[in-house]
Design a protein around this ligand. Sequence first.
Ligand code: GTP
Ligand code: MG
Length: 268
Amino acid sequence: MDAAPSPQEPPEHRVRELVTARTAGGVPTAAEQEEIAAGLRQVYEEFIALRMHYQFGIDEVLTKVEILRKEFEQMHDYSPIEHVRTRLKSVESLMEKALRTEGEMTVRAIRERIHDIAGIRITTSFVADAYWIADILAAQGDLEVLTVKDYIASPKPNGYRSLHLIVQVPVYLSTHVEQVPVELQIRTIAMDFWASTEHKLSYKYEKNLPPALRAELDDAARVAHELDQRMERLRGEIRPQAAPGGGSGLFPGRPGPAAPPTGGDAAG
Ligand code: GTP
Ligand code: MG
């Protein structure tokens, strides 16, 4: 996902670019510029140290996901989880996002407003599995769900579909416990295929997609959605017998991967 960071590199040149971005429009004096630069440099350096804590947050949640996957595989000979990818935002893109978003440029304020420094993307075969994983994780006592965005039930205007959760996990350090937010993106293979293609195209065309490509993407989103619905019907055929239970009730009415077939739970 993000490019590998280079924490040892002096961030001087970046800090200068960031100051320029920060002061665009105004005409700061040399002294003001130096003050802004010093502040940003300090924030930058603190995040280089803090970054490790976010990696620990990823490690904690990843362990939970791996446990669910292995347990389910052992019990049912099938995994609701296809792939798991993690990404830790580089300090550079964190600083960029911090400057793009409203708010103070202090470590505390940035940590409060940016919750996707640590990210985990889980890909599932079926829509119901995406809800199941979110639900099971949300039910775990040490995970606190901060936000839920259900872009599966309510896709974005461009057709993007995915389940987004920000969960907060405690990380036990030697001197204190740190609560670390982790962004979870949970989606089917079809949703993921569409999103990664859309991302590449948006990147290439810098968001100004030619109308013909836009139409292709819209159609691809529709086809991906249809595929998910068809797969959901087929899923009834391979659904294991035992129901695991134990969800958080975050998505009432959503059957888990092992719920008895109901016949009509096509993805919404
Ligand atoms: P940021 O973009 O991270 O500031 O997120 P946000 O607060 O607007 O939240 P949102 O849930 O909309 O998006 C979070 C992440 O989901 C993004 O960083 C992307 O990884 C992914 N995402 C959201 N919308 C799209 C989309 O339209 N296309 C693709 N490919 N990915 C998206
Ligand atoms: Mg993001």
